[in-house]
Design a protein around this ligand. Structure first.
Ligand SMILES: [Zn+2]
Length: 253
């Protein structure tokens, strides 16, 4: 059956994701900290150290709780609005994903969308929870974020079942690259844009591949996840783009 997304507020989740960003920053020279934290909250810049943030847990907690107190009303509004607004689109979303993946299977999980104060919206594959902006200047944007995170859950389930040669632990970065590229191309086709009204931005390192594949897939109209995944893997495995994966692996060590 199709998952019914629940929407929740939980400041503890935001405290935890703060440290997820710091941990991920090890692989991307701290870019993620700019997007997720510094651009929105320059306060943290004074604690910047190399590509990380060195700050006491109590200060992070206080900061997060202050924002939750100050923005409580806006958060409550979002909490009331998002389920309604997603509710109008979810049927179409599941129809589109059924057609794309040629099945209507959804892995088991909590399917909770947590509102977040940060500028990036991580997803947690283990329990199928994710974060969405507590407020955004483009109201339609939140539905595109929800569709994006849900597509990740579906993609990972499909990919790991159908491409066993890519072991998750050994190919973590390749699968991440593939899933982000996949989402950008799918979500930016005219059919998806018509429903969700907001384009999905590619990560800078994925722009070359998405640009190359997007036009062809826009023209196709109807296509399967399988053909798109195979095209993406071809690109990622080709000599030219090998460095994309290799660079990250190096940083990991
Ligand atoms: Zn993503």
């Amino acid at each position: 059956m199709y998952p019914k997304i629940k929407f929740q507020l939980d400041s503890k989740k935001d405290m935890r994701t703060f440290y997820c960003f710091i941990s991920d920053a090890r692989y991307d020279n701290g870019k993620i900290l700019d997007w997720a934290i510094f651009q929105k909250y320059p306060f943290f810049k004074r604690y910047k150290s190399n590509n990380s943030i060195e700050i006491g847990k109590d200060k992070v907690k206080k900061f997060v709780l202050d924002i939750y107190a100050k923005k409580g009303r806006i958060m409550e509004k979002g909490l009331a609005l998002y389920p309604k607004s997603w509710g109008k689109l979810e049927k179409e979303f599941y129809l589109l994903t059924d057609k794309l993946f040629k099945n209507n299977y959804w892995p088991k999980g909590k399917y909770i969308a947590y509102l977040t104060i940060w500028g990036m919206y991580p997803r947690f594959l283990e329990d199928k929870t994710f974060q969405i902006p507590y407020v955004h200047k483009n109201k339609k944007y939140v539905n595109a974020v929800i569709a994006h995170e849900m597509l990740h859950f579906k993609f990972y389930d499909y990919f790991l079942k159908n491409y066993p040669k890519y072991d998750k632990r050994k190919n973590d970065f390749l699968i991440w690259d593939a899933s982000e590229i996949f989402n950008v191309i799918v979500q930016n086709t005219p059919i998806w844009l018509k429903e969700f009204k907001a384009a999905t931005k590619a990560y800078p390192e994925h722009k070359k591949i998405t640009k190359k594949l997007q036009r062809g897939y826009n023209k196709k109209g109807v296509f399967s996840a399988k053909e798109l995944i195979e095209d993406i893997l071809k690109e990622l495995e080709s000599g030219k783009n090998k460095n994309l994966i290799a660079i990250k692996r190096e940083k990991q060590q």
